[in-house]
Design a protein around this ligand. Structure first.
Ligand SMILES: *Cc1c(COP(=O)(O)O)cnc(C)c1O
Length: 361
């Protein structure tokens, strides 16, 4: 039978961090940068409410949540848009800004969804070389042409764990043509204690040519509910609201996010936990010449170039024991490295003991 012709899209589907191993029932998933402490008990309480009235459509504009966000981050409710994951906000931005043959610039090793959504709407993606796995603002600027509409970057960056300092980021905005939208993805900003770092929201909340992305999937532990938000000029947000599917963020996600925002002690504990174990695991791996980035977000980017073992071997041996890391070969095209998410106390201790057995051999 004839299949009606569809347009050709030159992309690879996004591959999520693996979450199962054949034959093994109990696995330790350290492949998707999810929250180490799970979710706040306040959120769990809301989720167990039997009277959620799910037969009603959710609030199309996530008004309660946007109000909470505006209050908590001292920003303007009219400049906030919520999405089914920050993912969806990236998609809407691409739909709003990009025509076929327009261009976007992304750092070579950046989050894959920027290139995927850009290509779907027909834009050309230019990749800016990095400086030893750190974003190079110079290379970004080199790739700008008269067709460039958006520059996407995550700070700190996934999967490399490196970040642009406050100064570097401000300088990039200054040198970048003012007609180009700079999208700063703050997905991991909550974890950052580094003194020379500032989140995109903090730095650019009043600029009309910067758009900020935030998510509830990481430190807030709501990945499965799919909820994130964007912050930018009211005129941009008004247009995005025309594109937005009417009920994109479900009711349970909205309720959970409001509660998650209130539990500041959960966030504090998460940050402390992350610092403690990230440092501990980093030091442990260094004994085996497996080096990583300075501690930043809730993951480490492991380099095996000086180690006795190859990344792939380490990955497979851990996998056989039920511990899953993120391979950076597929999608990212980075050889001999792995990304390791900082897990719960139990997961981390298990990782340390099994890794020791593998590496001591
Ligand atoms: C995990 C992650 C996100 C979050 O995506 P959601 O769609 O909100 O789950 C966004 N940006 C980066 C860089 C990430 O690593």
């Amino acid at each position: 039978m004839t299949i009606p012709a569809f347009k050709k899209i030159d992309i690879q589907a996004y591959q999520p961090g693996k979450s199962n191993v054949r034959k093994l029932k109990k696995i330790i998933k350290l492949s998707a940068n999810e929250s180490a402490l799970g979710v706040s008990s306040k959120v769990k309480k809301v989720l167990s409410d039997k009277n959620l009235n799910i037969f009603r459509y959710p609030d199309s504009k996530s008004n309660n949540l946007r109000q909470e966000l505006a209050r908590k981050f001292n920003c303007n409710i009219d400049k906030i848009i919520c999405g089914a994951g920050s993912d969806e906000v990236i998609q809407m931005l691409c739909q709003l800004y990009l025509r076929p043959n327009d261009e976007v610039v992304v750092p070579k090793y950046s989050f894959l969804m920027y290139r995927i959504y850009s290509k779907i709407v027909g834009a050309k993606v230019r990749f800016a070389k990095e400086d030893n796995f750190k974003i190079s603002t110079k290379e970004i600027l080199k790739n700008i042409t008269s067709k460039t509409k958006i520059v996407f970057l995550a700070n700190p960056n996934n999967p490399t764990g490196t970040y642009l300092t406050k100064k570097e980021l401000l300088n990039l905005r200054k040198k970048l043509n003012k007609n180009i939208l700079l999208v700063v993805d703050d997905a991991y900003c909550e974890y950052m204690v580094n003194k020379d770092y500032s989140s995109g929201l903090k730095l650019f909340k009043n600029l009309d040519n910067v758009f900020i992305l935030r998510t509830f999937s990481k430190i807030y532990g709501l990945s499965a509910l799919r909820i994130g938000w964007g912050y930018g000029a009211k005129k941009i947000v008004d247009e995005l609201n025309k594109i937005k599917p009417p009920f994109n963020v479900n009711k349970i996600a909205q309720l959970a996010a409001v509660e998650a925002l209130k539990d500041t002690s959960f966030i504090k504990r998460s940050i402390k936990h992350n610092l403690f174990y990230a440092k501990k695991i980093k030091l442990f791996l260094e004994k085996y010449k497996i080096y990583s980035n300075a501690v930043t977000a809730n993951f480490l980017f492991l380099d095996f170039s000086k180690a006795k073992i190859k990344a792939k071997q380490f990955y497979n041996k851990l996998k056989n024991k039920g511990i899953i890391l993120r391979s950076t070969d597929e999608g990212y095209d980075i050889e001999n490295k792995l990304r390791l998410t900082i897990g719960s106390k139990l997961d981390n201790l298990k990782f340390l003991s099994i890794a020791k057995r593998i590496l001591d051999k």
